[in-house]
Design a protein around this ligand. Structure first.
Ligand code: URA
Length: 194
């Protein structure tokens, strides 16, 4: 699998404009963010291993498949996924990630992990999150975001070249405060209306 993917689709491009628009209020921002995540799942999950499964249809037995693990952004579509949380906040002065919460499934080392974060900006928190997953023995990781900056993509590829990146859009650059340009602002503020 190649390692950097912009998930291109007219619906995603349209919805990214809604997210970028500063007039978009939190309820519509949240709904649109979910819709982009749904639309991205097809690409993000294409590598997942499947487990053979026998299903009885009303007419006969059929050999089918089921998936065996997805992460939070995909949970509404595949509700049986286990979800781990890595809470990180960016220190506004140093721009370095500060970890405040870790909760991972106990058998995470045996799982295929999709790490989801709306913004790949400096890549500080993403690199730190993947370091933590590696420390827990996770081998199979893909990273999914809405928006990426070239600087973040480069840093992530340097630190973890084996982790595929899926993004809905690749923007121009970071500003001096580590925000993506043209971007959509602070994703957390826009999701929660803070
Ligand atoms: N995090 C955000 O929420 N927005 C950016 O532009 C960069 C990092």
């Amino acid at each position: 699998m190649s390692r950097f993917h912009i998930v291109e689709h007219p619906l995603i491009a349209h919805k990214m404009s809604v997210l970028r628009n500063k007039e978009t209020k939190s309820p519509l921002f949240r709904q649109t963010l979910r819709e982009v995540a749904y639309l991205m799942t097809f690409a993000v999950t294409q590598h997942l291993d499947l487990v053979p499964l026998r299903i009885e249809t009303p007419l006969e037995v059929a050999d089918c498949y089921q998936g065996n693990g997805l992460t939070e952004a995909l949970l509404n579509i595949l509700p049986e996924a286990s979800v781990g949380h890595l809470g990180m906040a960016r220190n506004d002065q140093t721009l370095q990630p500060e970890k405040y919460y870790t909760k991972l499934p106990s058998d995470i080392s045996a799982r295929q992990v999709i790490l989801a974060d709306p913004m790949l900006a400096t890549a500080g928190s993403t690199v730190a999150a993947i370091d933590i997953l590696r420390d827990h023995g996770v081998k199979d990781i893909v990273f999914m975001c809405l928006l990426a900056a070239p600087e973040g993509v480069e840093r992530l590829r340097e630190a973890h070249p084996d982790v595929p990146i899926f993004t809905a859009a690749l923007d121009r650059q970071l500003n001096e405060k580590g925000y993506i340009l043209p971007g959509l602002g602070d994703a957390g503020d826009r999701i929660y209306g803070t």
